[in-house]
Design a binder for this molecule. Structure first.
Ligand code: B16
Ligand code: MG
Length: 214
């Protein structure tokens, strides 16, 4: 019986992925390279440090350890400049209603995001109070596809993985959910994500329909 929902943030609740893409591209160009939207799929759900490793490799640049840390900070500053104006109007279609509705029905709500900026973004969306637990990039040692972020999320809800559903838009995130023994709702393409069920957005289903399905 499903009693809890664990949401990824970027790409599920809000489309911050476009801002990550812009900031990473600006950084790649600073390093003398570039990368495509298709390559960007590989950065979704992936931690800041692992994302930079990929971006540096794509540009062919050589970066020493100190510069690597500086580049992570520079990218984050550019990203924060883009997300500063985010508000509830920027939530993905149906996301706020879906989460509010699930909460009102007594389903426990948690966050399992790779982003260290997740608490600030949840606040901007006016959602923080609905979340029983918030696990983000500051609370995990192992990034997705390791299941740590969702296992800690289930723990924070006081539930077993089999009692929770994970909502994910990234390949790494779906793999993390499966590795942890969770049912997984993919937000995006079934061919790409290979989750248990797929929707284009949270607003395409209802909490009751999903609970009945698992
Ligand atoms: P930050 P999610 C992930 O968030 C993003 O999808 C990924 O592109 C980003 O690199 C990662 O957070 C780290 O974000 O630099 O803000 O700490 O999809 O797991 O909610
Ligand atoms: Mg995501």
């Amino acid at each position: 019986m499903i009693k809890g929902f664990l949401f990824d943030l970027d790409g599920v609740i809000v489309d911050t992925a476009v801002f990550h893409f812009k900031a990473w591209r600006k950084l790649a160009q600073k390093l003398g390279g570039d990368f495509t939207a298709e390559q960007n799929e590989q950065l979704k759900g992936v931690s800041r440090v692992d994302s930079l490793k990929k971006v540096v490799a794509w540009t062919g640049a050589t970066v020493d350890d100190l510069t690597f840390i500086e580049l992570m900070e520079v990218k984050n500053e550019w990203y924060l400049e883009l997300v500063i104006q985010l508000g509830p109007k920027d939530a993905l279609p149906g996301a706020l209603d879906f989460i509010r509705h699930a909460h009102a029905k007594g389903i426990l709500i948690g966050l399992g995001s790779a982003s260290k900026n997740a608490p600030m973004i949840l606040n901007k969306l006016g959602l923080t109070a609905l979340f029983t637990t918030i696990i983000d990039g500051n609370n995990v040692v192992n990034g997705k596809p390791h299941p740590e972020v969702f296992l800690k999320g289930a723990d924070g809800l006081g539930l077993k993985p089999t009692e929770c559903l994970v909502f994910e838009d990234s390949i790494a995130g779906v793999q993390a959910a499966k590795a942890g023994g969770f049912g997984c709702v993919g937000i995006g393409s079934a061919e790409v994500l290979k989750a248990d069920v797929h929707f284009q957005a949270l607003g395409s289903s209802t909490p009751e329909a999903l609970v009945a399905q698992f």
